[in-house]
Design a protein around this ligand. Structure first.
Ligand code: ATP
Length: 514
């Protein structure tokens, strides 16, 4: 298999998504809405399968995790308590010439990224030159590398200080001092830096007054925190236990230009695990590993994932990391695992005046539990899977095929049934096979074009098996099954198809690897 070149990969994924009905720009006939997307007929299936796999791995495989479905609208005080009203901001800056808006922190981080690239180039050059190359030693002694590193450290320290002091003038000054230019206009004609709250607001009821302002939730987690006691009591949950949820979240992102990587309306899959204070680091380590294993179980390549441990922690966290995925545009955050202490529950206690404690029968005492959270974006996960699965293959004879090597359990269609010709009773036999399989699997029937073209179409949408019904099928009740990845074919009895698929395409296959 030849993976597509990185520079073309992202464009290919976007056009492939549209061409085959995975993802469309929202309201496209009105020229679209920025950073909002619709899932088409195949996208909706793939997304549902990914969500189901997550849900079953979390809820069904853990006797102490239950799932809920909280509303998008929540009492506005929720967002005061969580800190989102006062601190869910991005520092933004506009270029006066291009009129383009940027996140000030992203401009500075990209500048640091360029310096890091320079270091990487020096390391690469030296590695080629010397045998038994010791990278750590080289980084520690090479004058040029040291100089770049010194610059990086200085910028980071200055920037961190500016953010801690909420000193937006200093943030602008850093951008000016680093001579950062707008990538569109090339100018340094910047506005002041302003804080921009990422929450969307609307008003409830008929009068739009200050008091009736409510928010579209920017994360699903708070729906779990405010229901912590409801679930614990009615479900008679004993610590440690978890509450899982999937659902829409909304953020008015300033920089949202990477397809479904960063959207203004997206879906999260979060789980809050409530633990005894003092045991949170063990659980943090457990979930960090468990979530990486889940991603690895998809079989898309271990080299595509890595951890990024946070050095700078949010004030409420005592440990945090991201699982990063290698997207076509580089390694980026896919999922966050955070040890959030008792911050959220304590905040809700103090804003609501209600106790949110747990009586621990073993200790014979009550406490506010600590929380370890796993939080992954479903759309981002979708993109990670789609971009790793899409391959361009050169076949014998020079032909090429696009093949979407999805894990079979996630594929929109598990099999496609082809009557070889549209006569002689073959369509009827195909229909009867479809009728027996449809209760367990999402199966397609495809009668149009040559079998070769039908194979290409199904390869491009990731269907793991194509079942061809031919004249021999009428006589001996067997069909040809063709495997998507190897393109190998085998003859199978129609009566054995059900079990053949069950063993290869059901979610159970993935769940059992966890
Ligand atoms: P980022 O640094 O990329 O903005 P974040 O740290 O703000 O992400 P969290 O608040 O931890 O993200 O949200 C958890 C997960 O939700 C992320 O790991 C990501 O997968 C997903 N997510 C967050 N923002 C978006 C978005 N705008 N579009 C799509 N997915 C998102």
């Amino acid at each position: 298999m030849n993976p597509i070149k990185p520079e073309d990969a992202f464009k290919n994924i976007i056009s492939h998504s549209k061409e085959y009905g995975f993802i469309f720009q929202s309201s496209e006939i009105y020229d679209g809405l920025s950073a909002v997307y619709d899932y088409g007929q195949l996208g909706a299936e793939l997304k549902k399968n990914i969500r189901d796999y997550w849900w079953q791995a979390m809820v069904q495989l853990h006797h102490n995790i239950v799932g809920i479905d909280a509303a998008i609208f929540m009492h506005p005080t929720t967002w005061k308590a969580s800190g989102h009203v006062d601190a869910f901001n991005d520092p933004l800056i506009d270029n006066k010439d291009s009129k383009k808006r940027y996140r000030a922190d992203v401009l500075i981080e990209e500048h640091i990224g360029k310096l890091e690239d320079k270091i990487a180039k020096e390391v690469e050059k030296a590695a080629k030159r010397f045998e038994n190359f010791d990278e750590a030693m080289f980084r520690g002694t090479n004058a040029r590398v040291q100089e770049y590193q010194k610059k990086i450290d200085e910028i980071e320290a200055r920037f961190k200080q500016a953010l801690n002091d909420n000193n937006l003038e200093e943030v602008k000054q850093i951008i000016l001092d680093l001579e950062i230019v707008c990538p569109i206009s090339g100018s340094r004609n910047w506005t002041d830096v302003r804080q921009f709250n990422l929450m969307f607001s609307t008003s409830m009821g008929s009068v739009s007054e200050e008091s009736s302002t409510i928010y579209l939730r920017p994360e699903t987690a708070q729906g779990i925190f405010v229901n912590y006691l409801n679930v614990q009591k009615t479900g008679r949950m004993k610590i440690p236990f978890g509450i899982a949820q999937t659902g829409k979240a909304f953020r008015n992102e300033i920089v949202a230009r990477q397809f479904i990587f960063r959207m203004r309306e997206f879906e999260q899959m979060e789980m809050q695990f409530f633990v005894k204070p003092g045991t949170e680091m063990e659980w943090y380590a457990y979930w960090k590993q468990a979530r990486l294993n889940w991603h690895l179980s998809l079989g898309l390549g271990a080299e595509k994932y890595r951890y990024h441990d946070h050095v700078k922690l949010a004030h409420y966290a005592n440990a945090a990391c991201d699982i990063e995925h290698r997207f076509p545009f580089g390694f980026k955050e896919l999922e966050g695992i955070h040890s959030r202490t008792d911050f959220d529950l304590k905040q809700h206690e103090s804003f609501s005046g209600k106790k949110l404690q747990y009586f621990d029968p073993e200790l014979n005492q009550s406490y506010v539990p600590y929380v370890v959270e796993t939080s992954v974006g479903l759309d981002r996960l979708f993109l990670s899977i789609l971009s790793s699965a899409l391959k361009e293959e050169t076949l014998e004879g020079g032909d090429t095929r696009s093949v979407l090597c999805l894990p079979p359990a996630l594929a929109p269609y598990k099999a496609a049934i082809f009557p070889l010709v549209k006569k002689d009773g073959l369509p009827e036999l195909a229909e009867s096979i479809y009728t027996t399989l449809k209760f367990d699997f999402n199966v397609a029937i495809d009668e149009k074009d040559t079998v070769g073209k039908r194979y290409r179409r199904q390869d491009a949408i990731g269907t793991p098996f194509c079942i061809t019904v031919d004249h021999q099928s009428l006589e001996d009740k067997t069909v040809t099954v063709r495997h998507r990845d190897s393109m190998q074919q085998e003859r199978i009895a129609i009566s054995a198809l059900q079990e053949f698929l069950e063993q290869r395409v059901s979610l159970k296959v993935l769940l059992k690897t966890l």
